[in-house]
Design a binder for this molecule. Structure first.
Ligand SMILES: [Mg+2]
Length: 299
């Protein structure tokens, strides 16, 4: 009997996505239109993806709950935060170590899950993440610990973060204060650090060529992607405008208004990999215009 081969939508070239959240899926507490459909398509077609954030405040479960409120359905395994990346990194560097933490639940949970004890004297590391608990008392304690030999680790160095009401100071601004006071440089794990970007890519189970990062920030998402050799897609639905691109010495491969527009691109390719190899260089496939210099918007 002839075996029956169902007409599955075969993935010709394996591909998967690392997707930044803030400015890509949502802005503050508002869904960016089309983001939910994009994620739904990836899930329906078993295209691997991870949702990345440099924000270390929330646990995976908190992130899943926030996304669910916005109408985006994902599992905890789809979420990859800088808190997780930081905790895993420290567990590799010094298994079973101790940390003094300036940060919130997401970071504390990740450290505990990776075998770390959170202490308030003589820690191996001072770990700083995003949060609203920062005060001078904590800074003073942290500076003394660093001067006594604790290593300064940052979950990320974003200088500020967009909110519904404008910008708020980010982890990078708080870390700068500690660096200045203790005359040290922090080691940062979040985007664009290869520590986080590579760990997230490995979770996809894909090679660098098969990995595309989609983000709204040049200094983190796109820079990290360029440095690691991922394909890069900049969305203009967050903190970067088309005009801003001129200020950078590096650029994304493709610029789209939002995930909704990138969905149209992928739809034309029947959700196969949009990248094609030409002369050893990856190019966007037929029907998709590739950016040259600063004219980066897809037709
Ligand atoms: Mg972002």
């Amino acid at each position: 009997m002839t075996p029956f081969f169902p007409l599955l939508e075969r993935q010709d070239v394996r591909h998967g996505y690392l997707i930044d959240m803030d400015g890509v899926l949502y802005r503050g507490s508002e869904l960016i239109p089309g983001a939910n459909d994009f994620i739904e398509q990836l899930r329906a077609r078993s295209i691997p993806f991870r949702l990345l954030t440099n924000n270390s405040q929330r646990t995976r479960r908190d992130v899943v709950a926030k996304l669910s409120r916005l109408g985006i359905d994902v599992e905890e395994e789809h979420v990859f935060t800088s808190a997780m990346a930081t905790a895993r990194f420290l567990a590799q560097q010094k298994p079973g170590g101790t940390a003094f933490v300036i940060g919130e639940g997401g970071l504390l949970t990740a450290l505990h899950q990776n075998g770390y004890a959170v202490v308030d004297h003589d820690p191996d590391y001072v770990v700083v993440g995003e949060g609203r608990t920062f005060n001078l008392e904590l800074v003073e304690a942290a500076v003394r610990m660093i001067l006594r030999g604790a290593k300064l680790i940052a979950t990320n160095l974003d200088p500020n973060c967009p909110t519904n009401h404008g910008l708020r100071p980010g982890c990078g601004a708080m870390v700068a204060m500690l660096e200045s006071a203790a005359a040290v440089k922090a080691f940062s794990v979040g985007k664009p650090s290869p520590v986080m970007m590579r760990a997230a890519r490995k979770e996809l189970g894909l090679s660098t060529d098969e990995t595309t990062i989609i983000g709204d920030t040049m200094e983190t998402d796109i820079l990290g992607g360029v440095q690691l050799g991922f394909h890069t897609v900049l969305v203009l639905s967050g903190g970067t405008s088309q005009e801003d691109l001129q200020r950078y010495t590096f650029g994304p491969e493709v610029v789209v208004d939002s995930l909704a527009e990138f969905s149209v691109v992928l739809e034309k390719k029947n959700w196969q990999s949009p990248w094609r190899e030409a002369n050893g260089r990856a190019r966007v496939g037929e029907g998709v215009s590739l950016h040259h210099a600063h004219q980066a918007v897809l037709a």
